[in-house]
Design a protein around this ligand. Sequence first.
Ligand SMILES: [Zn+2]
Length: 98
Amino acid sequence: MSKTDFKTYYANPEFRKKHIAYMMERVPCPDCHFVTPRSNMTRHKRGRNHRNRMKQIENDKSKILEENLKLKAQIDRLKNHFDTLKDLLPREFESDEE
Ligand SMILES: [Zn+2]
């Protein structure tokens, strides 16, 4: 929509009402999920709140990755332990799988 089109539409009270309601609708930021009116989204994305929340998200992500790596290492240790125990068992206790 061109600028003049918008002006023409905006002169229409029905359109103006709908447009204002649309702009005032509170929506989540697609990046940090902070809920703010649509009319404030551009400002929000340039602001400190958004920056801090993005930093927090990055921190949480790396914590989760770290946690995942720890869990993987633990699972590997348990698998090795299990294999060692299995080797100690007499043959008749071995499962049919594998
Ligand atoms: Zn945000």
